[in-house]
Design a protein around this ligand. Structure first.
Ligand code: SF4
Length: 482
């Protein structure tokens, strides 16, 4: 089989079958008539981005996406090893697929992503209806793997790391939205004690700044992209090996005509430089929202997590960011109940929430991940205490958010509409502001389609989780008025 990390260059050839009038793709000795792929993605934005890439490659093999599992010729899972819930859901859904395979013997089933990276061989052995597993670094070889499966290569698992000199990819998107995720760095060198990512995604490697800029220019020019989210496990570490930086990249992207909004995720507080903070005040297109995961407000817990910063350092970053960009909105992740977390340590996290004034948070109860340092720690904290603390913390934060968002009433906010919503049986539209707040509004004409329009909305009600308002201006699909 050709290189695992890089797509094989042999190329597919397409022709139209005169008998059926259908397109057929020829690759190697095999013919691929039109087929359907059903794909389920678990986990983070990086996984969703990878799935998008996989679907884009599969188009070349004549696969189109279906939302009906029953109609699928190929079923793929893109898995997440970080959260317990995603893991449990995946195993249960994988188990159910055996019924689909019973009904359709030709069905091909594959599992990719973080779980496949570490446990692919075991999965293929254990689940008789699973044909192949593929790790996080071979997604660009998906067509080779599907080819192997259709060529009758039996059950297999591939989880090799891509060791080629450069991390170089072009963004692939299959949807028609003006938003795109652009992968700029992969892997992570941090080894936080609770996290499985360095084991499932490997060492950090960045794309070259010039390549990313060209990629985004093409997305804007040829695919109508207006909003990009720069993606990586630790984007703040971007470019180190090439003497480049995230701040430099953002300032270059800021110059691209037609691009309206730049976001980036995920950040590690240790790597937030003063230069990057300054960029939040300088770059006109950079989102006024930053998600900065703190995980805990306790110095001792942060030490056990190997996070390499203190609560004081984190709060200092918040202050500097607000000074550089007074309109910035901050959000965070919190892990509640890290091994042996004391009541005092938990209280320190509540104190940090008070001081940081986050606009929203994602909070989770700690769950050990096999193979990580924290999973080996002796832990005496009972699960019911963890659950109680999580509920308390979430309620506490909602109180903060309610106060923080009350003054939004009466303000006019610009929103990129991304879908419809139903509130108390009333049909509405919804979208996100530059600072990533969700806003719902009623259409001025019921039948009007606002999808991907830029609109100004006057906020009439602000709750701790979302805002509701009335549309005051519709700019259409382009702010420039095209
Ligand atoms: S920085 Fe993020 S991805 Fe890297 S080890 Fe820590 S939590 Fe995991």
């Amino acid at each position: 089989m050709a290189g695992l990390g890089q797509r094989r260059q042999t190329g597919e050839v397409a022709y139209v079958d005169e008998a059926t009038g259908e397109k057929v793709v020829k690759l190697g000795g095999l013919e691929f008539p039109p087929r359907k792929v059903w794909m389920k993605t678990f986990g983070c934005q990086m996984n969703y981005h990878d799935s998008e890439r996989i679907l884009s490659h599969l188009k070349d093999l004549n696969f189109s996406k279906t939302d009906e599992k029953e109609n699928a010729d190929l079923i793929l899972f893109n898995t997440c090893a970080i959260r317990d819930l995603a893991n449990t859901k995946f195993y249960s859904q994988l188990g159910e697929i055996k019924h689909n395979k019973k009904k359709n013997e030709k069905l091909v089933v594959g599992v990719g992503g973080c779980v496949a990276q570490t446990e692919g061989k075991t999965l293929v052995k254990k689940y008789k209806h699973l044909d192949f597993a593929f790790g996080t670094d071979v997604i660009d070889s998906i067509n080779d793997l599907v080819y192997r499966s259709y060529a009758g290569d039996g059950k297999f698992s591939v989880n090799a790391w891509d060791r080629s000199a450069d991390f170089s990819i072009q963004t692939k998107i299959t949807h028609g939205s003006p938003q795109a995720f652009v992968n700029i760095i992969k892997g992570c060198n941090k080894y936080c004690s609770y996290c499985i990512v360095p084991y499932t995604r490997g060492k950090e490697r960045s794309r070259k700044c010039a390549e990313v800029v060209e990629d985004v220019k093409k997305l804007v020019k040829h695919q109508g992209i207006q909003e990009v989210t720069l993606l990586g496990q630790n984007v703040n570490s971007y470019g180190k090996e090439n003497n480049e930086s995230l701040s430099q990249l953002i300032m270059e992207l800021d110059k691209i005509e037609g691009l309206e909004l730049i976001r980036y995720t995920t950040s590690h507080p240790y790597d937030v430089s003063d230069e990057l903070i300054e960029v939040h005040g300088k770059a006109k297109k950079l989102s006024k929202h930053l998600h900065l995961p703190v995980q805990s407000g306790s110095k001792s817990v942060l030490e056990r997590m190997l996070r390499e910063y203190t609560p004081e350092h984190f709060l200092g970053l918040c202050r500097k960011l607000r000074k550089a960009q007074p309109e910035i909105v901050l959000s965070t992740d919190i892990i509640v109940g890290f091994p042996n977390e004391t009541e005092e340590e938990f209280q320190d996290t509540l104190k940090l929430l008070d001081e940081a004034q986050f606009d929203f948070i994602y909070s989770y109860v700690y769950s050990p991940r096999k193979g990580t340092k924290s999973a080996k720690m002796a832990d005496t904290l009972p699960d019911d205490v963890r659950g109680e603390r999580l509920r308390y913390l979430q309620k506490y934060q909602l109180g903060i958010q309610e106060k923080l968002r009350a003054p939004l009433k009466g303000q006019i906010m610009r929103v990129l509409v991304d879908g419809q919503s139903h509130q108390k049986g009333i049909q509405k539209w919804k979208g996100r502001t530059n600072c990533n707040r969700i806003v719902h509004f009623s259409p001025d004409k019921l039948e009007k389609n606002y999808l991907w329009h830029w609109v100004d909305v006057e906020i009439t009600r602000a709750t701790s989780l979302s805002c509701v308002g009335d549309i005051v201006q519709d700019y259409g699909r382009r702010l420039g008025g095209e």
